[in-house]
Design a protein around this ligand. Structure first.
Ligand code: NAD
Length: 420
């Protein structure tokens, strides 16, 4: 048995430390310590072979005092309720920090999509969406993409939802899901939003630290929606990708890896493994590659007591949700490695999802320049709020980020009162 706190326990501990710092009332601490709803659904789907298989899907709704529940849907074999609860809590914290009118949720289906045909994934998605029924809704709980899901998955979810609800209001319900392609009501810039938001925060960090981003080197774990776009955007300003790791293996190259060519390779082969223009290296080599910025953009709990001592970077910018364990965090602090915490660093995704939701409600389509300009404003304002509390309270960036969030949640509860 490990004495490491579970992902959910570690997340709640962080929330409670922030509550302590901001003097949050005991009743509000209690509310934030558990999700409001945990929906678990077992549903059958007929496979291409004609056989039936049973799947487990869930939706955890942590808090909705600031607005409808909002959070991604994850397709992954290593999926459990503990991580779902942690990820839903992180969404409440993130949405509060960046001041968008949403609460926090997370969901997913326990299966490995790489073992299924597109037809099976579509049927699994549609059957789950149908079974969720009114547990999601455009003004109640709004799923988006996450690990193992993408704009195509969101299009199936949206289509299933609108077809199983009031047929006179099909178009009016499109905002039940975000992360769709523009042709299905999505926002321009949603695909790159996490990477773009991360870039705006990195610009702020670089300005504060007198660092020239165009001369920085960086390493990325996970080369999907988040890692792939972050790498291409940083490469676009001259920063150099020197190491990459994903589910298939690790690569490095001191002279830089071309993220556009690598993204084409991954699209075709499903992983960075086998990409010819870089050296194959071990996972340990990947973590210990010298770089300025390390970007975890894959799964949770990867920077821990084993890997944190290996990192040779100035900054960890958390693209993934929950990539650093408490033990890992303590080691990074001891070693003077700065952290931009996940609830800020990867918030670009949910911010542009919020823009998509607003565009759907108003039947509008904004230009990319407008989306990017608004995203920059939300990211830089949240960064400034975090830094203000960090300097005032003399705490680390993660605790400051949570402190800003719980303070805002408390303000909402105090204004509304706790029913009954
Ligand atoms: P994705 O499915 O597009 O890509 C995931 C990547 O991680 C792939 O390259 C995969 O090979 C790699 N990976 C998976 N398991 C791994 C492992 N054990 N070790 C190393 N690499 C592994 O997913 P994504 O949407 O890019 O999400 C990545 C992370 O970013 C997740 O933590 C997610 O919660 C977070 N996030 C995503 C969004 C979004 O809008 N997509 C928004 C905010 C945060």
């Amino acid at each position: 048995m490990s004495d490491r706190p579970s992902f959910f326990e570690a997340t709640v501990n962080q929330v409670m430390s922030a509550c302590e710092l901001m003097d949050v009332e005991p009743g509000i601490r209690l509310i934030l310590s558990q999700p409001k709803n945990e929906v678990v659904i077992h549903f059958p789907v007929r496979m291409d072979s004609g056989e039936f298989k049973l799947f487990m899907g869930y939706r955890i709704q942590h808090n909705n005092v600031l607005g409808p529940y909002k959070g991604g849907m994850r397709y992954r074999n290593e999926l459990d309720l503990d991580s779902g609860k942690a990820l839903a809590t992180l969404m409440t914290m993130k949405n509060s920090l960046v001041e968008i009118p949403f609460g926090g949720a997370k969901g997913g289906i326990k299966f490995d999509p790489s073992l299924h045909s597109e037809n099976e994934i579509m049927k699994i998605t549609r059957r789950f969406t149908h079974a969720l029924s009114n547990n999601i809704g455009p003004e109640y709980d709004i799923p988006g993409p996450d690990l193992g899901t993408d704009s195509g998955t969101m299009a199936w979810m949206m289509d299933t939802y609108v077809n199983s609800h009031d047929s006179l209001n099909r178009s009016a319900n499109m905002h039940v899901v975000t992360g769709k392609r523009p042709i299905c009501g999505g926002s321009k810039g949603r695909d790159k939003a996490v990477g773009q938001g991360m870039f705006y925060v990195l610009e702020e960090w670089a300005r504060e630290r007198y660092v020239d981003l165009s001369e920085c080197t960086f390493a990325v774990q996970g080369f999907g929606q988040v890692g792939g776009f972050a790498a291409r955007i940083l490469d676009g300003v001259g920063a150099k990708l020197v190491a990459v790791n994903d589910i298939g293996g690790s690569l490095r190259r001191a002279n830089g890896i071309d993220p556009k060519a690598l993204a084409d390779w991954v699209r075709e082969h499903g992983s960075v493994a086998g990409y010819p223009d870089a050296e194959v290296c071990s996972r340990e080599d990947f973590f210990s590659t010298k770089c300025d910025i390390f970007i975890p953009a894959a799964v949770q709990e990867v920077i821990d007591e084993k890997t944190a001592p290996q990192l040779k970077c100035k900054l960890v910018c958390e693209g993934a949700n929950g990539p650093t364990t408490p033990a890992g965090d303590a080691i990074l602090a001891e070693r003077g490695i700065e952290v931009v915490p996940d609830i800020l660093a990867n918030a670009g995704g949910v911010i542009v999802s919020y823009f998509e939701w607003v565009q759907n409600k108003k039947s509008e389509q904004w230009e990319l320049s407008e989306v990017d300009a608004k995203l920059k404003l939300y990211m830089t304002k949240a960064y400034a709020r975090l830094r203000r509390v960090q300097y005032e309270k003399k705490v680390n960036a993660r605790l400051a980020a949570y402190a800003v969030s719980v303070d805002r949640l408390q303000a909402a509860y105090l204004e509304r009162g706790i029913f009954p």
